[in-house]
Design a protein around this ligand. Sequence first.
Ligand code: NDP
Length: 508
Amino acid sequence: MTTHDLRLIAREAPAPTDPVFEARHLIDGEWHMSTGTFTRESPAHGTLVTRAALGTKADTEAAITAARTAFDDGSWSELSGKERAAVLSKTADLIERDIDRIARLETLESGKPISQAKAEIEIAADLWRYSAALARTSVGETQNALGRDMLGMTLKEPIGVVSLITPWNFPFLIVSQKLPYALAAGCTCVVKPSELTSATTVVLGELLMEAGLPAGVLNIVLGYGMPVGEVMTSDPRVDMVSFTGSTGVGRAIVAATAPTLKKVALELGGKNPQVVFPDADLDAAADAIIFGIYFNAGECCNSGSRIIVHKDVVAPLTEKLTALSRKVAFGDPLHPDTQVGAIISDAHLEKIDGYVKGAVEDGAALALGGDTLPVAGLPGKFYAPTLVSGVTPDMAIATEEVFGPVLSILSFENFEEALGLVNGTEYGLSAGVWSQDMDTCLKFARHAQAGTVWTNTWMDGFAELPFGGVKQSGLGRELGRQAIEDYQEVKTVTMRIGATSRAPWVAG
Ligand code: NDP
């Protein structure tokens, strides 16, 4: 494609020469290699970043044994909330101390811009701090209205051993949306990062050991879904699985956990719509839509990957989006000005391109982009900012997760039609509305089938607010005050006090 009208950031400095990160499993407080290894290259620069131990069934079972033993001996689960909070807060401090090192590894493995990686690590540190507060404030209830001689109470107890399985798009942030909450509750954990992005999860393990987490409470096994993920989701000694990733693997995990009836929390895909009404502030909407589609190269469960625009404003909005797209800086993720970096893998680049080519074959038009993007000095995998107009609901690109910098533009004539399009996919993660009429926004918020609704904004997130999906976007909620509850069981204690007023069951 022609690239002269886009903002491209070529590689200016020499290729990175960082030492190769040697990633090992963390099992029962010790770092272990395996006989086999696997490697990860920077998707932007092509240089070797990580050599990691290749986890086996035996490694995974050893990690589960360590987590089970550590849970059952009470060395973490029976500490006070104050003691657990001290470790979580210390971890937040250590993450902030090492932010540059973690962000650089994250960028090299994932291809995301360095400025964005730093921002994500800062947000992650905040989640560790927020979880520390939850460790001290999670309480049960008492029930004092059960009758003269009865008192009831509920105890919140840690659920036990939890398997956490994370993807490659936000490696440090997503593990930080799960692990501190599980630890705050008193659980012990086995973590498997994506094999594409192992390094920063290993660094997090180092920091937790430094912060004083007892051996066996956190175990990390590196490797692939098969066999590591499979053992983590089927072993009877595991009580719960929390997973973020594709809906397909989410379904496989539910099946794997069924024989032992584990609790399952799933954060899956989305095909997140934003509806733009004719009275919207089009400049504000355009900027947020651009952010929503290009942030993390669109490799984001919350990607605002389709907009549904009133027919009266489709043309002016598309024009604004095209002009803004040309100003977004695509290129070397290590350059401080870069806003969009490399695509995670060749296979994923092909998948993105396949969706775009398929839409064009089906009759959609390209307002911009639609091809891979050469960036001077970089061998890596980049995809052009792409706007696909004239998309109709029957096209795959209208309903399936592309996970790339590709926006689908659909149009509507009235509220009901727009709502039908919003709710017309199997997903229900997030949805947005743009209108200056509060009634329109609230009506939309009440009827959109989504775990999160944004009105006149997109992808604002806070530690204080829950996040998760409905329909096939997932089960359960992360973040917010109740995030710790996912990792807790409720035990009811029912007490009779003093002499009974109940007549004996056995006739005297
Ligand atoms: P997957 O869902 O395949 O992988 C996510 C995690 O699950 C990885 O750690 C993976 O291991 C692991 N895994 C794979 N198979 C199993 C299994 N049977 N049991 C337990 N764990 C398993 O995502 P991909 O990386 O393959 O991405 C594919 C698509 O998923 C993307 O194109 C995107 O559409 C979507 N996706 C959605 C995400 C989200 O945030 N909702 C995040 C990432 C992807 P490994 O890959 O190391 O083998």
